[in-house]
Design a protein around this ligand. Structure first.
Ligand code: BGC
Length: 748
């Protein structure tokens, strides 16, 4: 007893003398994880010098930035992102460092994850990739990407989660939670309006507030507010005549003030272009810059970063105070305490059987069966001869595409997946066309030699000849990760399939009625042969287990349940982005940050994806579409009540039954239509979805709760979400164009 009160007395005496608080543990507050996060941040901050603060806000190497070595506060290590952990690169260079222990699991591309419409799989994805990041001791995973699919030429659509803000917003949250459960921060990218790649450093997006808030921001907001993302990446492009990395509206007003984001904004690599504006309103952490006279890679280039020596000089000259720097440093400390200094975080794992299983499952569940006339699929149990045609059946797709390029420990090609599934069958491969023979990115090579001597006509003739006597002909083509395909930095230059693939498909369709076309891409493509091909499959870049996932679906071991996260228009001229003003933008006079500027105006407004096609037609396969090897019947939807108040809700329930003979999952979609509206609104908008797995004959009731949020539009005049009183419809659907039932209710 005496001892205790003596200790208490001592503690009080120390506190009274104004010394730094000493913990029972003997640790300073910032090192004591029993202390509240904010107390630790304040304590660490109070011990730092100006130089230490300046050091923290810019990079020290390609992918790392300093902690506070004197205080034992660790560095921040970032890694791409978003489909697997990038190979280690040299300190100052993009080239891989040549480690032999940095081969990883390549997970399916995020376009595929979105096509699962399965929140649990998104969590599994996040948890698994987060474990790989943790194992490699990374602080920040540069992903996920949630830029909206605005049109089908964007080279990076494969890294994003589709055209609908609700779908992307629902799918991103569990990914974020899964990653961060490992004590690894996500970095949600590319905030914001980075919807195309051409001119990505110089395009100034002009977009009205309603479109910004209804279409382009919700997925980011969900990641921040519901997922509690610890970091966000500011994009390259401009908005409101300011680069995103120093954008007052989108960073200060929206992200930090409106959404209450307390995490770190990291610049996209080389996205910062000035000191003062960035210091006042911009990113917290500058990466990838190259500045005056110092080309990329010079070892002392980091001192020349905009938030380095120039920032310190501006403070010393009194051009700017220290308030912003202090806030930045506190946000960075918060990030480090949440991650590298969280002693309770797990240890992670790399290329584990669990990760391979997760990749295979997510992959299989992402594959979308677009068409299946005459039930060509699933394949019969014992085919004797299978002809596989197409470069994408063998091409390794984990290498290429830009910063998401990977060094996968294993990549099972579609051809090998099919061979493994049908060991008894004769599986023959014919190339059909020559696409991209490259196979190297930043020193990571596929090791494949894809050179070819035959000309196009011979390749087609050889494929057609091989089709004779085949039980199945499976064409596996689409896009790839080469420049101007699905790849960073440039966009696609055509909507049609490249490399003359249409001619190959047409010729095969003549030769067999057992043709299956598998399109591998992260974007919609033209399908002029759609009527001639009985079975069409939309596949994605599925990573390590790509071939197994595909074989799982073709064989029927897995019943397809993927649904399109974007619309596939009949032809390019049907899509909402048509004019030069909309894309790639119009060069204006003058410069910003010393660079030319192209104004790119989103004149299509809120009419993106099915919101556009609902009004203008022209869709070949709609958003939300996906077939199964079984059939589902939707019963009559019913409401629990026919009206709701502003603070209330209504519930729609619909019975769904598996009426076929195999187990399968259906994605039940809920769209809301505002029937009486004083403003222009889309015909309908997705506001709910659920994936239900049913045994043959089994029925389930699926319920959706609709509240005011689901009925609201963004009133730019009031700068607020508003729901007008009156009648609304709840549409229960199997795709944006397959409405199975409608019920109406009133908002009172
Ligand atoms: C990309 C980012 C990526 C970064 C680091 C940039 O070029 O836009 O998505 O995370 O490089 O590799």
């Amino acid at each position: 007893m005496k001892c205790k009160s003596l200790l208490l007395g001592l503690a009080l005496a120390v506190a009274a003398c104004g010394q730094a608080p000493q913990q029972k543990s003997g640790l300073p507050v910032y090192l004591d994880d029993a202390q509240p996060l904010e107390a630790r941040v304040e304590d660490a901050f109070s011990r730092m010098t100006l130089d230490e603060k300046i050091a923290m806000v810019h990079a020290q190497s390609k992918f790392s930035s300093p902690g506070v070595p004197r205080l034992g506060i660790p560095e921040i290590w970032c890694t791409d992102g978003p489909h697997g952990i990038r190979a280690e690169v040299l300190w100052d260079e993009w080239d891989q460092a040549g480690w032999t222990n940095d081969s990883i699991t390549a997970f399916p591309a995020l376009s595929g994850l979105a096509a699962t419409w399965d929140r649990d799989l998104s969590r599994l994805y996040g948890k698994s990739i987060g474990e790989e990041a943790r194992y490699r001791n990374k602080t920040v995973l540069l992903g996920p990407g949630v830029n909206i699919y605005r049109f089908p030429l964007n080279g990076r659509n494969f890294e994003y989660m589709g055209e609908d803000p609700y779908l992307a917003g629902e799918m991103v949250v569990p990914y974020v939670e899964g990653v961060q459960s490992n004590g690894v921060a996500v970095c949600v990218k590319h905030y914001a309006l980075n919807n195309s790649e051409v001119n990505r450093h110089t395009a100034n997006t002009i977009v009205d507030d309603r479109t910004l808030y209804e279409i382009y921001l919700p997925a980011f907001k969900a990641a921040v507010q519901k997922g509690h993302a610890w970091s966000v990446m500011a994009a390259y492009n401009l908005y409101n005549n300011e680069h995103l990395c120093s954008n007052e509206v989108l960073l200060d007003k929206v992200l930090r003030e409106e959404w209450g984001f307390d995490g770190v904004v990291i610049s996209d690599w080389g996205g910062v272009h000035n000191t003062l504006q960035t210091a006042r309103h911009g990113v917290d952490l500058e990466y990838g810059s190259w500045t005056d006279g110092l080309t990329m890679g010079k070892t002392n280039a980091y001192d020349s970063y905009f938030l380095a020596a120039a920032y310190k000089a501006a403070i010393e000259k009194g051009e700017i105070g220290t308030e912003e720097l202090d806030a930045r440093v506190k946000r960075l400390l918060r990030l480090i305490f949440r991650t590298a200094m969280d002693r309770t975080r797990p240890f992670g794992s790399q290329t584990s059987p669990e990760h391979y299983a997760a990749a295979r499952k997510i992959g299989a569940e992402s594959i979308v069966l677009l068409k299946n006339e005459g039930a060509v699929l699933p394949m019969a149990a014992n085919p004797k001869r299978i002809l596989v045609v197409g470069e994408n059946a063998v091409k390794m797709m984990t290498v290429g595409g830009g910063s998401s390029s990977l060094k996968a420990k294993l990549e099972v090609s579609p051809l090998d997946g099919i061979k493994a599934r049908y060991p008894e069958a004769e599986v023959v491969w014919e190339r059909g066309y020559v696409g991209d023979v490259g196979g190297e990115y930043n020193g990571v090579s596929t090791g494949q030699d894809l050179r070819e001597n035959r000309n196009a006509a011979t390749l087609i003739a050889d494929a057609v000849k091989a089709a004779v006597g085949a039980d199945y002909v499976i064409f596996i083509g689409g896009l790839n990760k080469a420049d101007r395909q699905d790849s960073e930095g440039l966009d696609r230059v055509q909507y049609g399939l490249p490399y003359g693939q249409d001619a190959v498909i047409e010729a095969l369709a003549e030769a067999t009625d057992k043709l299956v076309v598998v399109n591998i891409s992260g974007n919609a493509v033209a399908m002029p042969w759609v009527e001639k091909v009985p079975a069409i499959v939309q596949n994605w870049y599925l990573g390590t287990q790509a071939g197994h996932s595909l074989a799982d679906v073709l064989s029927g071991d897995v019943n397809p349940s993927g649904h399109l996260p974007y619309s596939i228009p009949v032809s390019y001229d049907k899509n909402p982005v048509q004019t030069e003003r909309q894309y790639p933008g119009i060069l204006r006079d003058g410069t910003i940050d010393g660079m030319p500027v192209l104004d790119m105006e989103y004149t299509e407004g809120i009419y993106v994806g099915y919101r556009w096609y609902d009004q203008h037609g022209g869709v070949l396969f709609p958003f939300g579409h996906g077939l199964s090897y079984t059939t589902f019947e939707f019963g009559e939807p019913r409401l629990n009540k026919t009206s709701m108040t502003e603070n209330g809700s209504v519930t729609v329930t619909v019975p769904v039954k598996n009426t076929g003979s195999v187990k399968g999952a259906e994605v039940v979609q809920l769209y809301i239509a505002d029937v009486e509206s004083s403003i222009d609104r889309p015909a309908k908008e997705l506001k709910g979805f659920a994936k239900v797995l049913l045994e043959p004959g089994q029925q389930a009731e699926v319920s959706f709760t609709i509240d005011k949020d689901a009925l609201s539009y963004f009133d730019a005049g009031k700068h607020a979400w508003t729901a007008e009183k009156g009648t609304f419809q709840a549409l229960v659907a199997a795709s944006a164009q397959d409405i199975r039932g409608t019920v109406a209710f009133e908002l009172k």
